[in-house]
Design a protein around this ligand. Structure first.
Ligand code: G6P
Ligand code: ZN
Length: 579
């Protein structure tokens, strides 16, 4: 159990050298394992697969074999994870292999804890060469469930495909693992351990990240809201990694009440939960927010702390609206953006709400394929400040990962700014007020996503082939019921910085009124194929803004299901998740 990490800020750092001794390097013979190819976000498998003798060690050694030696020999790495089952054993393996391959120093989060955004932040702050995140993100954890590993580069960004492809290549021919003969490190104590020239420093997982958040946001302003007795805040850490961050940041620093954090202790099996903050899996929070006399603001984050869900009282903010609203308000409410926003970006299936903000603020705007990694080059080249995805990811160029706690602090900043003059007893500007004012000013992009999880791959692939065929024969002006086609394509993208091209990123039909229907296969599912159908329709008429999204989108949803023959191809009557 990672329970001692629930309040790491209360343990003062012991910056002492705990041990000092030399070590030797052992050569361990090994044989390749099949299937070590990384997906959208690193290598994810069942824990049992990773627990096979050299399975993890092979992949880690293959990674060192793939990197140019100047990227790690005498270099600095960061290591942390979301607290899930197997992280502690994995950390010891990774440390020993890093030492044997010539790494000079490794920063490890206490108890092996560091959220994905925190790893990105620590890499950047400590000018490390890279870092490991031990996490399978929002997938369930525990002996029967998932484990995963991701590698991030020196900018704090997930390793590019060119590197992950190389790693996979090396896993196919690996014959030797290098292991340092050092004892297991005590990860429960903050401090430095030296073995000859190799140093392990166990760090408080919150420190660097909190410092960064304090430099991005006005903590006084947020505190003025969170410490009010007429504002009720609740954060559900889903027994995942943000449990380690929520109390030090929201309670101790920003004055939220002690009982405002639920499921706030990271557990190895996330308390048997599925730590994905959406309307289906964060049901407890949704019930509280939609119940009688619910809190004014509710939020949740996922296993490794990069996703977020924002709720008001009986009100859900879609991720597509959330990033647009943050962008529209950032220059007033968030110090990091006081001097301007460089540009905005969203993934292709994310609604076009953000496009309208970019247009109004006259900002450069980019539409990229699904995957946070596509934002990195734009940020590094100073063309992008704020971005988001419909898949509950929101963030900025303060790091190179999406950031759940950042999104919560951004929303709290907007609310605090709007309420700073409000006296006790006066009606406060609520989450739904902010959203509705935004809709009134910009129009509402109704949006919904239907997920069909764990379909048979064959049927799902046939459906996609059928759709590709359908659109290749379509042309502008074609009629689909009452909708007139503007264009249809399979999205492709050329990175404006390095010129690289990716294709087949999703079949989209865009209609004359701006409505869109998009079909994609998920790149993150762990069994079978997950079909995602994204539906969007723009509504300028304020009198229709209060409609339920499912009602407003019904004709378009029906059209999407009939034109794709989804039921025939998959046998599915209903989606597994609707957001
Ligand atoms: C991960 C990535 C995101 C991506 C999401 C959904 O969280 O970091 O960038 O949007 O997966 O991917 P999927 O392929 O399952 O739709
Ligand atoms: Zn995640």
């Amino acid at each position: 159990k990672a329970s001692s990490s629930s309040s790491p800020s209360s343990t003062p750092p012991i910056a002492t050298v705990l041990e000092s001794q030399n070590y030797t390097i052992r050569s361990v013979p090994t044989k390749p394992y099949d299937g070590q190819k990384t997906g959208t976000s690193g290598l994810r498998k069942k824990v049992k697969v990773f627990m096979q003798e050299n399975y993890l060690a092979n992949w880690i050694q293959a990674l060192f074999n793939s990197l140019p030696s100047e990227d790690y020999v005498n270099g600095v790495l960061v290591l942390g994870g979301d607290g899930r089952y197997f992280n502690k054993e994995a950390a010891q393996i990774i440390i020993k292999i890093a030492a044997a391959n010539g790494v000079a120093k490794i920063f490890v989060g206490q108890d092996g804890i560091l959220s994905t955004p925190a790893v990105s932040a620590v890499i950047r702050k400590r000018k490390a060469n890279g870092g490991f995140v031990m996490s399978a993100s929002h997938n369930p954890g525990g002996p029967e469930y998932d484990w995963g590993i991701k590698f991030n580069y020196s900018s704090g960004q997930p390793a590019p495909e060119s590197i992950t492809d190389k790693i996979y290549g090396n896993t196919l021919s690996i014959s030797e693992i290098k292991m340092a003969t050092i004892p297991d490190i005590d990860l429960s104590r903050v401090g430095v351990t030296k073995f000859g020239n190799f140093i392990v420093e166990v760090v408080d997982p919150v420190g660097d990240y909190m410092e960064l958040m304090e430099s991005v946001f006005d903590f006084h302003l947020i505190r003025s809201l969170l410490s009010r007795s007429d504002f009720r805040f609740t954060f559900d850490a889903m027994h995942a990694v943000t449990g380690a961050y929520a109390k030090p940041i929201f309670v101790e620093k920003l004055g939220a009440s002690m009982d405002s954090i639920s499921n706030g202790v990271p557990l190895e099996d996330f308390g048997h939960g599925h730590p994905d903050p959406n309307l289906t899996y964060a049901k407890d929070l949704v019930d509280i927010m939609y119940g009688d006399n619910g809190p004014d603001f509710g939020a949740a984050s996922d296993g490794d702390g990069d996703r977020n869900m924002i709720l008001g009282r009986s009100f859900f903010v879609t991720p597509s609206d959330s990033v647009a609203i943050i962008a529209a308000n950032a220059q007033e409410a968030i110090p990091y953006f006081y001097h301007g926003i460089k540009g905005l970006a969203r993934s292709m299936p994310t609604s076009g709400a953000l496009d309208r903000v970019a247009e109004k603020l006259k900002l450069p705007f980019f539409e990229v394929p699904t995957g946070w990694k596509f934002f990195g080059n734009l940020m590094d080249s100073e063309q992008l400040s704020i971005c988001g995805e419909e898949s509950f990811g929101t963030g900025s160029d303060h790091i190179r990962e999406k950031d759940g706690i950042w999104a919560v602090l951004a929303w709290l900043s907007i609310l605090a700014y709007r309420n700073k003059e409000k006296k006790q007893g006066e009606r406060l500007v609520s989450v739904s007020d902010v959203v509705k004012e935004y809709w009134a000013a910009y129009g509402r992009n109704f949006f919904s996503r239907y997920d069909y999880e764990e379909c048979e791959s064959e049927g799902a692939n046939k459906m996609v082939d059928y759709l590709r065929d359908l659109i290749s024969n379509s042309k502008e002006g074609d009629k689909y019921g009452e909708y007139v086609l503007r264009f249809a394509d399979d999205f492709s993208y050329q990175d404006p910085v390095d010129g690289s091209v990716v294709s087949k990123q999703g079949v989209r039909l865009v209609f004359a009124d701006g409505s869109r229907i998009i079909f994609r296969l998920s790149g993150t599912g762990s069994a079978g194929a997950t079909i995602r159908v994204y539906i969007e329709q723009f509504e300028p008429d304020v009198s229709r803004h209060d409609l339920d999204a499912q009602t407003a989108l019904k004709p378009l949803i029906d059209l999407a299901l009939s034109l794709s023959k989804l039921k025939d191809f998959t046998g599915r009557e209903k989606p597994t998740v609707i957001t």
